[in-house]
Design a protein around this ligand. Structure first.
Ligand SMILES: [Zn+2]
Length: 298
């Protein structure tokens, strides 16, 4: 299984609740634990402006390129603007396009980045600048590699940007399982929204997810799933209010991959959020996702 990664994925956030150093730490742990070898890593090309414009408005793209976001626009992003940030999100979008392409060839592929599901066509918010996997779906559709895609968003926060981007589009099915009483507000409807109350633990989460996946896959036949594998449903997460264990999150990953495999659907993984009090826990959860994914590779 190929793992897509760039040293420039680091969003250059400094001392921020989003540990953007996590990307490099995950790569190092994958190597150290021999889950991946140096030959498994692929450097992504940056997305082109044409790729990004398949989802985002030209005016917003221009503002990002020229550093002309307003004060309010930067506040809404909740992360500092920098040229390194722009570079990182362009690469992350390129990485998610590539992950989709390679998933179609290899059945499964992971981008060690992306999952920026709060980004809308005309603005970014909640640490998300560009909706990398929405861009991936649009690029693959445009190239006629796929017609229909599904997003399975298991980040603890609702996938509002994704839901808005694909609203009314019958070629893309969006599933989001998230904590209801948490950012973002409002939550534009996904094809399926599983609104969990605060404090939900492993067993209930897994049951709800399985029901949702079964329903989604009976209503819709995607040629590719983008899995948004947020680490923040974890019980010790600073921005999440669910109570999943590390083992429960492993079972979550396995459930998604098994359901996809049962219908012979390729999966492209993106990492999304993860704000555990101990950054090592976030790294462990993301690394587990990659280790389990490898079991489902050809
Ligand atoms: Zn999140």
């Amino acid at each position: 299984m190929k793992v897509i990664y760039s040293d420039q994925y680091d969003l250059n956030l400094g001392n921020h609740v989003f540990p953007s150093i996590k990307y490099r730490l995950i790569k190092e742990k994958l190597l150290r634990d021999q889950i991946a070898g140096p030959q498994d890593f692929v450097e992504p090309p940056a997305a082109s402006e044409e790729d990004i414009a398949l989802v985002h408005h030209r005016e917003y793209i221009r503002k990002l390129q020229t550093g002309r976001l307003s004060y309010l626009e930067i506040l809404r992003l909740e992360i500092p603007y920098s040229p390194e940030l722009v570079r990182a999100v362009w690469l992350s979008a390129g990485g998610s396009i590539l992950a989709g392409r390679l998933a179609l060839e290899d059945r499964i592929c992971a981008n060690l980045g992306g999952g920026f599901h709060h980004a809308y066509p005309d603005h970014g918010e909640g640490f998300c600048v560009l909706n990398d996997f929405a861009i991936g779906i649009r690029r693959l559709q445009k190239n006629k590699l796929i017609e229909r895609a599904m997003t399975v968003d298991c980040d603890v926060h609702h996938g509002n940007g994704t839901a808005a981007i694909f609203a009314g589009d019958h070629t893309v099915f969006t599933l989001s399982i998230h904590q209801e009483n948490n950012y973002p507000y409002p939550k534009p409807p996904s094809s399926i929204d599983i609104n969990l109350r605060d404090g939900v633990e492993d067993a209930e989460y897994l049951e709800e997810l399985e029901t949702g996946l079964d329903r989604a896959l009976s209503e819709f036949e995607p040629e590719l799933i983008y899995y948004v594998a947020g680490a923040d449903p974890y019980h010790d997460d600073q921005l999440g209010g669910l109570r999943l264990s590390i083992a429960g999150l492993e079972q979550r990953d396995r459930l998604v991959f098994e359901k996809a495999r049962s219908k012979d659907i390729p999966v492209a993984i993106t990492l999304a959020g993860g704000y555990a009090r101990r950054v090592e826990d976030t790294i462990q959860i993301h690394t587990n996702t990659i280790r389990i994914a490898k079991e489902f590779a050809n």
